[in-house]
Design a protein around this ligand. Structure first.
Ligand code: CMP
Length: 138
């Protein structure tokens, strides 16, 4: 089933100059890049985006990290995009990520884990709507 997901190259990925490598992998995996832009998240944008994690002990650090520098925001489309992108990224904690995954290859730790992906269809709809206007997702 054709599906869309939000992908983010997080601040560590942009800072370490591996955004191009991530985008190249995305293309090799057969995704169509529907929309893409470089963006420096405000605190309000990061807090709203991660609202489901508000009560977690790592929330404050996560918001500080996600606002520490620009990110690359992308809408990706593919058959089974959500699961395929999550498999391509690997486990949240790079120490647990499988060989060949982006996080195994490029991530530093569970916070600075280089990439983000939506975890379910409802989350993808919310997350894409958080960062992109309808006219950009046509
Ligand atoms: P992400 O998929 O973007 O969504 C929530 C993020 O919280 C997750 O990636 C991690 O980068 C970050 N995070 C930081 N610390 C933790 C932790 N202890 N457990 C889970 N996620 C964490």
């Amino acid at each position: 089933m054709m599906e869309r997901t939000l992908a983010i190259v997080k601040p560590d990925g942009v800072k370490n100059r591996v955004a191009g490598q991530v985008i190249s992998r995305i293309e090799k995996e057969g995704f169509r890049i529907v929309a893409m832009r470089l963006h420096h998240l405000s605190r309000a944008e990061a807090e709203g985006f991660y609202a489901v994690h508000r009560e977690r002990p790592f929330f404050k650090d996560l918001v500080a990290f996600m606002t520490s520098g620009p990110v690359v925001l992308m809408c990706l489309e593919r058959d089974g995009a959500i699961v395929h992108w999550r498999e391509t990224m690997g486990a949240t904690d790079p120490a647990k990520a499988a060989e060949g995954t982006i996080r195994k290859q490029l991530a530093t730790n569970i916070e600075q884990n280089t990439v983000h992906g939506s975890d379910a269809p409802a989350t993808a709809a919310f997350e894409l709507g958080w960062f992109f206007r309808g006219s950009e997702l046509g």
